[in-house]
Design a binder for this molecule. Sequence first.
Ligand code: NAP
Ligand code: 3JN
Length: 340
Amino acid sequence: MSSKSYNVAVVGATGNVGREILNILEERNFPINEIFLLASSRSAGSTMNFAGRELVVRDLAEFDFSGVQIGLFSPGAKVSSQYAPKAAAAGCVVVDNTSFFRMDPEVPLVVPEVNPGAIAQYTQKGIIANPNCSTIQMVVALKPLHDAATIRRVVVSTYQAVSGAGKEAMDELFEQTRAIYATTLRVPPKKFPKEIAFNLIPQIDVFLENGYTKEEMKMVNETKKILDPAIRVTATTVRVPVFNAHSESITIETERPLSPAQARALLAVAPGVEVVDDPAQGLYMTPRDAAGKDATYVSRIRADESVENGLQLWVVSDNLRKGAALNAVQIAERLIADYL
Ligand code: NAP
Ligand code: 3JN
């Protein structure tokens, strides 16, 4: 990494993703000269801690990005659509966590372990997109298998934690759970389409005309853009009453045969992956095991005996870390190492 330091703006700093970005910048000792914390006018003026200093949150609408080299954005797609181009026009390279620019052909969609070379395309719009959390952990696990045996088709079902839906969604699970245990009252759903406590919801984001949800089609389209446009993907995304870390049941069909032992060996040395897979010893990952960690964990690697050249995997990762904040900071690290 270069010895320079950078002025960095964290946009959406008060949110779930923004707070995790601050943790990760601090943990990884990102070379910061000045840091600016930005959010809406609602939280402008409040303070947050970063690296032992108390910093005042500023209003994005009034902020001047000239003099800022890197913007780490997570204020929601609509806000990013408006402010990321403004920041880029002022010379700030934006790493955007929202869906707004992901499928833009002039914006690279990057997972550093999978397609780091795509970062070079940032010069077209000054924006790099961070994929959806469910896509990120899936492509990190699939990349070494695709390189070895060429994946033709992916069938994935997700078990997504409530932290992926923002800070108010986490409160909703907590309040509904407490109400069921401690009172006779029920807390009606607000952030989710149905009650999430002691339940699960096979709907994340809105339904589209083809019957899939938008979250499901994000996984389909983003995987093609990052890994290989020829891969066929079908997804079912499900919200579960887990606070943090997403889990995925993934079935792949490959062009060439790949045994579970070969897959385990490839995954064991793949960047960003940790294999935890010894069911006889009770070794497999759960969301509670993965929360707060950086790796994408792969467990329960086995042959899919219902098809030729099929493999079945269980993949778990902290959705706010590798699924969002960590991936964004890793992109920024590559950016400064190779381009700024
Ligand atoms: P959150 O906890 O609800 O936080 C939202 C953040 O956006 C807060 O900091 C909020 O500031 C800020 N914000 C909202 N409206 C704003 C405005 N008009 N101007 C400036 N800041 C504004 O949500 P989150 O979980 O952090 O997610 C935020 C966004 O990140 C999502 O909408 C999504 O686009 C993206 N995201 C991506 C992934 C991924 O898969 N890579 C995962 C989760 C989220 P206030 O405190 O002032 O309201
Ligand atoms: O629900 C999850 O687990 C992940 C959610 C991601 C998300 C939530 C609200 C808006 C996104 C995203 O990153 O795709 C967006 C969005 O930017 O559209």
